[in-house]
Design a protein around this ligand. Sequence first.
Ligand code: IMP
Length: 409
Amino acid sequence: MPCTIVVGAQWGDEGKGKIIDILSADADIIVRYQGGNNAGHTVVIGDKEFILHLIPSGILHKGKMCIIGNGLVVDPEALLKEISMLREKGIEVDGNLLVSESAHVIFPYHKVIDKRRGAQIGTTGRGIGPCYVDKMARCGIRMADLVNKELLRKKLKANLEGSREFDFDEIYDAYIDYGRKIQKYFTNVSLFLNKAILKNKRILFEGAQGTLLDIDHGTYPYVTSSSSTAGGALTGTGVGPTKIDKVIGVVKAYTTRVGEGPFPTEFKKDLMEKIRSKGKEFGATTGRPRRCGWFDAVIVRHAVNVNGLSEIVVTKLDVLDEMEKIKICTGYKYKGKIYNDFPADLVVLENCTLIYEEYKGWMRDTTAIRSFKELPKNAKAYLERMSKLLGVKIGMVSVGSKRKQAFRI
Ligand code: IMP
């Protein structure tokens, strides 16, 4: 384990929360490196369900250090709410949480801009994109600025100049108060992690969203505004590439996406409703119904390359239990040309016809299965074909939302 990155290999919602929760048992430190409270990581422990948006899912294990890296954009109000929610459910955060002083801060104006401009993309409306815009435009406000009264005043004044929509004093006072409450978690994340690496601590880098939502490698512009791929784990925490031992990609046994944008293998109505209800495919952050489709090996092969995946974890295999036939997309066809590799041109993705392989389903309940060898023959064949098409091994399979419903291979 020493330094393992976990990324989503599709459009997010692959079930990373549960997998991170399982892997956290063997980690000392869990760190998020990008995104913000647009993410929603669901973990079910016993009869309690936790949905975490900002704090790494590792917080649900006692005694693990959980870190919010510099690559995130943090809504302090949402962070404080999440801390309170965890406390109410009996989970102590103090002593187990650190927040980078360099993470950027989401302000009310970011959320308003996001709701106005983000509609076309179908953003979560949490202000993520506009906050990253300010970061890149070098007018962003960072966590450390919240405890520097003069600097915050100056920066906020400049950002609100000419605006009649927002009340400077109201925002300033609220954010000074947030800074006062969050300051105790501040740290230099890069320094902390590099010292921990020297002491051989086991670190898990928790990616949010997924490869196809990455600002550089996703289906641009229908993406989020951060680097959700493995490279983001380095820039988003200040750890160098030579320190990383393993990159795990989490994939769903089929495909989903929330929001707008191309989705070649998307189901038609009947299958859509069947899988959506069986897989409970509704956004953990916005509650929006997720679009569902067949497993697309082209996009996951792209994720294997972009992230340098060492292995994959396949989640929600059980959702396919009642399917008589199951398809895997292995390529696209557009204007007579066959694409076995992910095309950057959205026109191809939006207008291609699909090349499918069809498999017989297994028509058996897999939710109580705890090893690869117990799986029905057709389920094994499906996973083996998936692994062959992707060129990586499968390290773990998940067959339900509970912690125990997963097994390593
Ligand atoms: P934003 O991240 O709120 O800017 O939204 C940009 C796109 O990413 C939209 O299509 C969202 O639905 C999608 N998105 C953002 N976060 C997640 C996530 O955690 N899971 C799945 N989709 C997400």
